[in-house]
Design a protein around this ligand. Sequence first.
Ligand code: NAG
Ligand code: NAG
Ligand code: NAG
Ligand code: NAG
Length: 273
Amino acid sequence: MYQRIFGVILSLLAFTPIASSQSNKPLKWKECDPPSPYPNVQCAKHPVPYDWGSGLSQYTTMSVMRVKSRTEKPKGTIFLPSGPNRSGTRLLKKYLGDNSSAAMELLDEYHIMGLDVRGISDHSPIKCNATRWNRRVPSMPKNLTQYNRMQQHWRKIAEECREMTGELLFDHMDTSTIGQDIENVRYNNWELPSKNRKMHMIGLSWGAQIGLAYVEKISAYMGNIVLDGITDHTQGPIGTIMAESAAFETTLKHFFDWTQANTHVDPTSIWRR
Ligand SMILES: *[C@@H]1O[C@H](CO)[C@@H](O)[C@H](O)[C@H]1NC(C)=O
Ligand SMILES: *[C@@H]1O[C@H](CO)[C@@H](O)[C@H](O)[C@H]1NC(C)=O
Ligand SMILES: *[C@@H]1O[C@H](CO)[C@@H](O)[C@H](O)[C@H]1NC(C)=O
Ligand SMILES: *[C@@H]1O[C@H](CO)[C@@H](O)[C@H](O)[C@H]1NC(C)=O
C-alpha cells in the first residue's frame, strides 16, 4: 500500500501517468511466442525503468524465459545473463537443444532463467551502423596518425549507435544498471518461498561482468554464483590484458598437452562441433 501511495506521489511530481511501481509486479509467465518445442518452458516480459536513479517514469522491457525444474520443490532459480548483444534466452534454448549439457542436470533441482537484458531484447535493441563496424581499422596503431584514426573510428561508431538507438536507452546501458534490472527480476519472481529466492547465477563472458556488477552492488541475496571467462574491468586495462593473456596461454598449453595425450582425436573436429 505504501508503495502504491508513494508511486502515485512520485508520478504526480513527475507529471507522468505511469506509476513508479510499474516494475514491481510479479513476473507473469506465459507460453512463449513462438511456442517452445520443449516442455516446461515459459516466457515473460518485465518492465524496468531506463534510469533507476531518477524519475522512474520511462520504461524499457526485458524478455525472460525459464525452464521449470523437474522437481516440485526447487531450491531456487539459476539466472543466465549474457551480452553484449548475446541473448540469455537464446543461450537457454541452446542448452535445451543439447541433452548432454550440464544445464539439464541442474533442472533436477533448479529452475533456469535466461535473461535478455536491456538493449538486447527484440523490442528495444541497441542499433549501430554495420557498414562502419565492418570497416577494418588497425587496433594496434603504429604511429600517431593511425592512433587518431582508430580513435575517430570508435568515437564515430559510438555516436552513430547513440543516434540510431536513442539516447534514453544508450545512456543507460551500463552493467551496474543491468545488475539492478536483474535484481528486480529476482525480487519479482514471487512463486518460490523467500529462502529459495536467492540470486544463483551462471555468468559467462560478459555475463560474468554483469554478475560482478550485481555482487558489487547487491550482495545481500547472493546464492551460488559462477563467473566464467571473466574480464574484470575493476582491474584497470593493463592488469586485465595481462590476466587475460595468462589465461589464454594456460588454456592453450592444456590444449597442447591434451592433443599429445589424445592423438586419436582430430583437434580440428573440436571447432567443428
Ligand atoms: C533429448 O531427450 C528427449 C527425452 O529424453 C528426447 O525426446 C529428445 O529427442 C532428445 N534431444 C536430443 C537433441 O537428443
Ligand atoms: C545483435 O544481434 C542481433 C541478432 O543476432 C543482430 O541482428 C543485430 O545486428 C546485433 N546488433 C548489433 C548492434 O550488433
Ligand atoms: C554508416 O557508415 C557509413 C560509413 O562507414 C556512412 O557512409 C553512412 O552514412 C553511415 N550511416 C548512418 C545511418 O549513419
Ligand atoms: C604510420 O604507419 C603506417 C603503417 O606502418 C604507415 O603506412 C604510415 O605512413 C605512417 N604514418 C606516419 C605519419 O608515419
